[in-house]
Design a protein around this ligand. Structure first.
Ligand code: SF4
Length: 403
């Protein structure tokens, strides 16, 4: 049993628990491995080895690693990213299980071919009073929160059922998402066995619903983002995106009916809705563009569009060694070559941890610019300037009173 072969894999729970047609829609579709996923596989190998052998990730520094046809060299930046999460796991007392195959059949049932199902849990710790579930997310693109995280809760259920309940009476859980390279991602969330078992009933119902050959598809931001059917064509996904464009916001607007004075062109609710779905919408537009170009090249209809040859690429030397010989006969070395100082991130990857610590004193960094994130994000919201003035007014009023 491996997560890759499980139809109801915990990692796909945001898709199949919301979109009951997901499993039918994606059956047999290729799920291409990306360089980011391959990098994550290597990071997991380091993480696992360190926890099993009791070593630190820096023993991997400079090593070559490969996964799914991609090659990597372990850089200091990886080591610095992985160490805190490994240290955090070591803080917990209890029996540790690393890269543990969790069987979740009790909740998701057997697959179509009658096989048991589950997935691989990065780390589980069974303590006397606490059960810890930890998942490493090495990707930097999409922030992942542990709070009511379906994948983590299914892992927790499976781990409790397979292992923890036989070793402890603990009913409190700590779910940790270790996402060291993503601002706003990762964190810790506590829950109880009671909450997990209640969620388990939702899992059972959702898994059962996916077995209907006509199970409906339901688009959602999290569910569709990594769904292979979104690439090959899914009407529901397209409709979801078109609703964003056409702004069919009846539900959002319902609360505004008692505010007739508000301009109805683009209300704050509509605007936020569009912005919240921007990354998914952009991905959808890129896919449409790819599909249109492929159709145009194949001679299929693309009304109002045609394929042409774009701007030529940058000119480059066919053979840099031959070109170097040619140039050095005609130009001085200073003119034939350019050299510039490497950037701070490049230096971070080349220097030892000690030298990087010293180099940090030479680095300056602009403050982060204000950005929009979902209001569930753990980071503290910036206080609006107007509120700061209100606070100052309050101080003034208080001072007046004191005076
Ligand atoms: S793209 Fe979205 S709606 Fe379509 S099958 Fe996948 S998860 Fe369901």
């Amino acid at each position: 049993m491996s997560e890759g072969h499980s139809e109801h894999a915990p990692s796909g729970a945001d898709s199949w628990m919301v979109c009951h047609g997901y499993i039918n829609a994606t059956r047999g579709l290729p799920d291409k491995t990306t360089i980011y996923a391959a990098e994550g596989t290597c990071a997991h190998t380091i993480h696992e080895t360190c926890l099993l052998l009791g070593c630190d990730p820096d023993i991997f520094l400079g090593r070559k690693m490969s996964a799914d046809g991609f090659d990597f060299e372990v850089k200091p930046e990886w080591i610095r990213a992985l160490q805190p999460g490994i240290d955090r796991v070591r803080e917990f007392a209890g029996k540790m299980f690393v890269e543990y195959r969790v069987d979740t059949t009790r909740w998701v049932g057997l697959d179509r071919k009658g096989r048991r199902q589950g997935g691989t849990l990065d780390t589980g710790i069974v303590g006397k009073k606490l059960i810890v579930i930890k998942d490493l997310k090495f990707g930097a693109g999409v922030p992942v929160s542990p709070k009511r995280n379906r994948q983590m809760m299914i892992y927790a259920l499976g781990f409790w059922d397979n292992v923890a309940r036989h070793l402890t009476d603990a009913t409190n859980f700590l779910l940790i998402v270790d996402q060291p390279r993503c601002a706003g991602g990762g964190g810790e969330w506590e829950c109880t066995l009671e909450e997990l078992l209640e969620f388990g009933e939702e899992v059972k119902a959702a898994a059962e619903a996916t077995r209907d050959p006509n199970a409906p598809r339901t688009a959602s931001e999290k569910g569709c983002y990594f769904c292979p059917a979104a690439k090959t064509g899914c009407d529901e996904y397209d409709r979801f995106q078109l609703d964003i464009i056409s702004q069919q916001f009846d539900d959002l607007d319902a609360e505004l009916d008692d505010k007739p004075d508000l301009p109805r062109r683009l209300t704050p609710e509509r605007r936020s809705y569009v912005v919240r779905h921007a990354s998914m919408f952009t991905k959808w537009l890129q896919q449409l563009h790819t599909d249109c170009l492929a159709d145009a090249l194949a001679g299929d209809p693309t009304p109002g569009l045609k394929a042409v040859t774009g701007r030529k690429g940058d000119r480059r030397w066919i053979d840099p060694t031959v070109a170097e010989g040619f140039l050095l006969k005609r130009l001085s070395r200073e003119k034939a070559f350019t050299s510039k100082l490497i950037s701070a991130p490049q230096a971070e990857n080349l220097l030892s941890t000690k030298d990087w610590g010293a180099a940090k004193k030479l680095i300056t960094q602009d403050d982060g610019k204000p950005m929009l994130v979902p209001d569930t994000d753990e980071r503290e919201a910036i206080t609006p300037t107007a509120d700061l003035f209100d606070d100052l007014d309050d101080v003034g009023e208080t001072s007046d009173l004191l005076g």
